[in-house]
Design a protein. Structure first.
Length: 164
């Protein structure tokens, strides 16, 4: 990989990170018809950068930020064997830089950070139809665990069952 450096994101890079967030949303719209139209935001990027319980990373090639990702330590449900886990998100690589191992290196750095925090479980979410992302995550060692299913309820059904 050509001069790739993975490092902590800085708060003054927020404009680039916000562009990446919109890139993620644009890529995910075809997989999720429930997303609102127009500009939306998934992340509190400034809060994630400032939090001691999260690590926001950027991938840089020749002084250009080309990718991103974060890990956030979260409390696990009481019924699980582990008390905490690292949740990964904000995975993005500029389209012209994809397929070169950028995400793999970001994932490796986030894994290292997570392990340094005593975490034994790392999780992320990916759309079932996003085959390219699934392949990348599987290459990094992730395995599918749970499929979320949903159904839209039509207005006719809402009126029909509202009286019950």
């Amino acid at each position: 990989m050509e001069n790739l450096i993975v490092r902590k994101a800085e708060i003054d890079e927020i404009d680039v990170l916000l562009e990446f967030e919109q890139g993620i949303i644009k890529a995910e719209r075809p997989f999720d018809s429930t997303l609102k139209e127009g500009e939306i935001h998934y992340y509190d990027l400034a809060g994630l950068i400032k939090s001691p319980e999260s690590e926001v990373l950027v991938a840089v090639i020749d002084d250009e930020i080309v990718g991103s990702g974060y890990a956030q330590i979260r409390k696990a449900d009481d019924y699980l064997q582990h008390e905490r886990f690292a949740y990964l998100g904000f995975m993005y690589v500029k389209p012209e830089r994809r397929g070169r191992g950028v995400i793999r290196q970001i994932l490796e750095a986030l894994k290292k950070w997570s392990v340094s925090r005593g975490v034994t479980e790392i999780r992320l979410e990916v759309y079932n139809e996003n085959a390219a992302a699934i392949k990348a995550y599987e290459k990094a060692g992730f395995k599918a665990n749970l499929i979320e299913m949903r159904m839209a309820v039509a207005e006719d059904d809402q009126r029909k069952f509202a009286g019950r």
